[in-house]
Design a protein around this ligand. Structure first.
Ligand code: ADP
Ligand code: MG
Length: 337
């Protein structure tokens, strides 16, 4: 067995290089770090922890773990219209973690830091007898009072989602052998949508002034839209047929009638679901052309009464679909699209 790595040595070798572009990180040699914000900006903060065996399979390569951990946090910042600045990293490492594991882990963080423009500000490292646990706090900046909350939606607005929905759920189902798509490009695409989420870091800040409320799609479109509804005290009517699917997902859904895993309630898309008033349509169309990122209208906000479900899903004929067993049914009859 490899000798246990000294913690200070570990930080110096693997993590200090990740702090090089943040002067306030003090080379990870102080008790704390500092972040300076330009005047008129405020700090947007979020945290997400992931645990081996719960959020990722225990044998996942360390680079994939690092990528996922950082990107799920970036997605939260993006959905608020904020720009990432820095993160802290708290690691609880089992004895089995060795140099190779740490190298793979730190290399991916380094790569993603460059891609997304942020640096490592500090952290904590300890050993554990339990599963590997990794917790990230992320810090972003946004113009004061401008960040996009879940609570800003009004009745009579339109609901949009970026990109496509359901790919990661299908990717995970493929990974777990629950769906077979053979070995072609569809398999690669769908798996990578699960293992390599691409947070909408560039798109998020461009929604400032357009979106009235937003959330990232991590728990599933229905659940995350439900969070916006609850925070904004309203409901949403969702058009099942307008939810954007990738060509790969579309092919799979067609082949697997009736629709197996429910794409609308599956998680891990890391897209942004947002609401906007109708007058924002023109600006949103311009944004789509400028960024090349699809933003699809999928429904509208409505008054919400009593204890009905906040997010109602309708088919093309205007009939309400019921969410059940992770699938959608007309009351009584299972449907697909
Ligand atoms: P303290 O005991 O004062 O909390 P530590 O000895 O835990 O300090 O950490 C020393 C320095 O190393 C601190 O600057 C801390 O932010 C940094 N650090 C420790 N672990 C990590 C990590 N996993 N990632 C980044 N920085 C870390
Ligand atoms: Mg400490």
């Amino acid at each position: 067995m490899a000798p246990a790595i000294d913690e200070f040595d570990l930080i110096a070798r693997f993590f200090e290089p990740l702090a090089r572009d943040l002067p306030g990180a003090m080379g990870l040699r102080d008790d704390a770090g500092a972040l300076r914000l330009p005047p008129g900006q405020e700090l947007i903060v979020s945290a997400d922890a992931i645990v081996a065996g719960i959020h990722f399979p225990k044998d996942t390569p360390s680079g994939d773990i690092a990528r996922r951990a950082l990107r799920v946090n970036l997605s939260d910042i993006a959905a608020k219209g904020a720009t990432p600045l820095a993160y802290t990293l708290t690691l609880q490492l089992p004895e089995a973690v060795d140099d190779d594991w740490l190298r793979g882990f730190a290399d991916v963080l380094d790569e993603d830091q460059k891609t997304y423009g942020l640096g490592l500000l500090g952290g904590d490292t300890s050993r554990t007898d339990g599963p590997l646990t990794l917790s990230i706090n992320i810090f972003g900046q946004c113009f004061e009072n401008k960040w996009i909350k879940r609570s800003g939606a009004c009745v009579g607005e339109e609901v949009y989602v970026t990109g496509t929905i359901g790919d990661a759920t299908l990717g995970l189902a493929i990974e777990q052998g629950r769906i077979d798509v053979g070995n072609g490009p569809d398999r690669d695409f769908l798996r990578s949508r699960f293992f390599r989420p691409e947070p909408r870091v560039e798109t998020g800040p461009k929604l400032l002034g357009l979106a009235s409320a937003a959330a990232d799609v991590s728990d599933g479109l229905i659940a995350d839209l439900g969070h916006i509804c609850a925070a904004s005290s309203l409901g949403v009517e969702l058009d099942f047929g307008s939810v954007p699917l990738s060509p790969a997902a579309e092919r799979l859904v067609t082949d697997h009638q009736p629709l197996g895993p429910s794409l609308l309630s599956g998680g891990d898309d890391y897209e942004i679901v947002f609401t906007a008033p109708e007058r924002a349509r023109g600006d949103i169309d311009v944004l789509v052309r400028e960024t090349g990122v699809a933003m699809t209208r999928i429904g509208r906000t409505v008054e919400h009464a009593g204890d009905e479900s906040r997010v109602k899903v309708f088919d093309d004929a205007g009939r309400e679909l019921e969410v059940r067993d992770g699938g959608y049914r007309h009351f009584g009859k299972k449907v697909s699209r």
